[in-house]
Structure formats: structure tokens, C-alpha cells
Design a protein around this ligand. Structure first.
Ligand SMILES: [Fe+2]
Length: 405
């Protein structure tokens, strides 16, 4: 089926799509060398800790190390401060970004990594990225595994404590979004292959040069596991799971309203940053040195029933993000979007009834406005699906200047 109203009815590798997306992109599997060398040794490092317990249960009081004083002590930026006046979709709040703040204990970080790096998870839920600049066999994504296979990670990311922290920073009630878009790991591993090691800059001068080269690029040239993009979720809570202190580079890089590059300072292990990624152009840069960088990304959106979320499929649909499993991804998507829609419809119906009972009458203009909003939302449920529209990826709008919207 194709919907003729849309200009790109077919998935095509020439347009930057993964053609094998329905079969879970076998072309993008994690190479055996990476599994047997680097991933295996990382798991061994975690399990060799004498206090490590593979059956650890999530306990917010122990594993979340956030203190309410961090709301004040954490540096945050509004969109105005980032000089962003125009956005490609409406902003939800004026929140732009938060610099790193402590969130998870070291024990919690190790559990999230341990659950995600199991061989069967790597086989079933991890894939190399599509089209990322400078990506190698050591750069990949994991995600969609938490609901059914990662009980600690799942309990952590669904915890009301985390939602409260995100909501307070963001300035409106938020909740974590669907399974396929939470507990996503961006992984860049240090190589253990001698020949590959030799290719990394080693002297201080070489390292600085490599970093300067990244900064001088136009944002799209920065090596990354995910190129310059907007997120498809309202806000991303990014927790660092691994980034040694001696690593150079490897931050979230934001493009400001004047199209300049701002690096969010290096978060330490267990620290989190937040950005309103739906309206902020950004990318996750790789370290220029030979070090691991593993971040844990969780999508959040407004909580219902009064408001509808602005989540989209643009950068997360399976033909664009190889680690998204077609059947699972769309089950998660429909379940999330329709649950939200159902709650919103019920809320509006009840409001109309209540207004009538209270003698307030019927607000026709207000109701039509809500219907138009619902129409828009409903369309977003399907209009980016592969059988409908497949514009080139990376989307041309990722490169549009903010001022040109
Ligand atoms: Fe992102």
C-alpha cells in the first residue's frame, strides 16, 4: 500500500534507508570480533567486581543518588539562552539543556550495562548505526530490550523518582515514553586490536589537533554514533555509563540558534544531562582518544491526559535506526500513541460534560481547536510509516538553519 499524497513511497538505500528493516537489518549485526574481544571483556570487568550481583533488584533509595539541591546547583540553559528563537516544531517549555548532574550509583550503572551487554541481547537488540560519520565495528546501538529482558533497567527507568526529576527540570509533568524508545544505549568502545590502536592520536598535540578538527567542522562532520539530528522524543535524559576521565572529546554537542557548536561538559559515570532534543539540533560525538563512551538515552514526553505528546518517528523508525525491531517497535509505538490519545479523548469528553453540568455551556471554538490538534496527532501516528513516506535520511530539515523555519 502507498499513500499517493506523500512524495517518497519507497524505502531505498540510495535515500539513506536500511532496506532490510523488516528483517531486523541482518547487514548491521555486531561483528563477531567486537563481541568476542571488547564486549566480552567489558562484561568480565563488571562481573569481576566481588560485590557484583546479577540478580540485584532496583531500589530507588540506593540507586538514585540525586539530591533536590541539584535543581539549584545544576547549570541549565533556556532555549532563549541558546539563542534559539525559531524551532521546526513548537517548543513544549523553554527548557533547553541541563549540564551534568549526579543521578545513578555506580552499582546501578554496572547493572544497566550488564543487562544490555548479554550475548543474546547483542544478537537480538543491538545493531550498527546507519550512515553515522566515522563509525566503525565498535560503534553501535542497543535498545528495545528493557521491557522483557532487563528487569533492573526497566524498573529504574520507569521509576516515579526519575520522572519527577525530569519533570522538575523540564518545567511540566513528564513520563518516560514507549519501550523501544527508552533504555537506548549509544555505544562506542575502545579497540583492543593493536593495529587499530596505532591509528589513534597519542601525543597531546595530536589529541588537541583531532579535537580542534571536530570543533572546526560544521557539526555534520563530527564523528559520532548518531549524526546531526533532532530527537523524535520531546526530551532525552542521557546518563553516562562509561567514559574514563582521561578520554578526550565524547560529549553531547548542541547546535545553538546562531549555528555554532556548544559541547555539554563531559559527564562522569552515573551523571546525567537533559536536552529538549525535539527542537535542539545535536549529536553525540565520539572521544578522539581510544576510550569507551557508552551513554544511556531515555525519551520522555508530556504526561496526559490534558496534553498530547509531540513524539515522532523521524529518526527512530526501523528503516532509519537499524536497532529498532520492526514488529516490536510498531507495537510499542501504537500502544503508546493510542493510549495517550484514548486518555485525551476521554478527558475532553468528560470536560464537555462537566462544563454542561456546571452551567458553563459549550465552547465551540475551544472544542474545534482541540479536534484540530487531535487530527494532527492522529496523522503523526502513521504519516512517517514506511508504507507511507520515506524522505531522504538524514532528513534535510536536520540541516536547515533555525532562522529559516
Ligand atoms: Fe539525540
Amino acid at each position: 500500500m502507498t499513500v499517493a499524497l506523500y512524495p517518497y513511497p519507497k524505502v531505498s538505500s540510495e535515500l539513506g534507508h536500511v532496506e532490510t528493516y523488516k528483517d531486523f537489518a541482518p547487514t548491521h549485526k555486531i561483528p563477531t570480533k567486537t563481541r568476542e574481544l571488547e564486549i566480552k571483556s567489558l562484561v568480565e570487568k563488571i562481573t569481576s567486581n566481588p560485590s557484583f550481583n546479577p540478580n540485584l533488584k532496583f531500589d530507588a533509595s540506593k540507586h538514585i543518588v540525586f539530591d533536590p539541591s541539584y535543581y539549584k546547583s545544576t547549570k541549565t540553559f533556556t532555549l532563549d539562552e541558546l539563542k534559539i528563537n525559531k524551532t521546526h516544531v513548537p517548543r513544549v517549555t523553554d527548557f533547553g539543556a541541563a549540564f551534568p548532574f549526579p543521578l545513578l550509583s555506580s552499582e546501578a550503572v554496572d547493572m544497566v550495562l550488564y543487562e544490555a551487554l548479554q550475548p543474546e541481547i547483542i544478537e537480538d537488540y543491538a545493531r550498527l548505526p546507519n550512515l553515522a560519520k566515522g563509525a566503525t565495528r565498535l560503534d553501535f546501538h542497543i535498545g528495545g530490550h528493557a521491557d522483557d529482558h532487563a528487569p533492573f533497567t526497566d524498573a529504574l527507568i520507569k521509576s516515579p523518582e526519575i520522572a519527577e526529576i525530569v519533570s522538575n527540570f523540564f518545567g511540566t509533568p513528564m513520563s518516560v515514553i514507549y519501550n523501544s524508545e527508552r533504555a537506548h544505549l549509544n555505544v562506542s568502545l575502545a579497540t583492543k586490536d593493536e593495529e587499530e590502536i596505532a591509528k589513534y592520536p597519542s601525543s597531546k598535540e595530536e589529541i588537541m589537533q583531532a579535537l580542534n578538527n571536530q570543533d572546526a567542522g560544521d557539526g555534520d562532520e563530527i564523528p559520532s554514533t548518531l549524526g546531526l539530528h533532532y530527537d523524535s522524543t520531546t526530551v532525552a535524559l542521557v546518563v553516562m555509563l562509561d567514559l574514563p576521565e582521561e578520554a578526550v572529546g565524547g560529549q553531547t554537542t548542541i547546535i545553538t540558534g546562531d549555528e555554532k557548536v556548544v559541547r555539554v561538559p563531559e559527564p562522569k559515570k552515573g551523571y546525567a544531562t537533559m536536552i529538549q532534543g525535539r527542537v535542539l539540533k545535536h549529536l553525540a560525538s565520539k572521544p578522539v582518544t581510544n576510550h569507551n563512551r557508552i551513554s544511556f538515552v531515555n525519551g520522555f514526553a508530556v504526561r496526559g491526559p490534558e496534553q498530547l505528546d509531540n513524539t515522532a518517528l523521524t529518526s527512530t523508525k526501523p528503516s532509519v535506526l537499524p536497532r529498532a525491531r520492526y514488529d516490536l517497535f510498531y507495537r510499542d509505538w501504537v500502544d503508546y500513541k493510542f493510549t495517550h490519545l484514548e486518555e485525551h479523548l476521554k478527558y475532553i469528553r468528560e470536560q464537555v460534560n462537566k462544563d454542561f453540568r456546571d452551567g458553563k455551556g459549550f465552547d465551540q471554538e475551544g472544542f474545534v481547536k482541540k479536534c484540530l490538534n487531535i487530527e494532527e496527532y492522529f496523522k503523526k501516528c502513521y504519516d512517517e510509516m514506511e508504507c507511507v513516506n520515506n524522505p531522504p535520511y538524514p532528513s534535510p530539515h536536520f540541516k536547515t538553519k533555525y532562522q529559516d523555519y
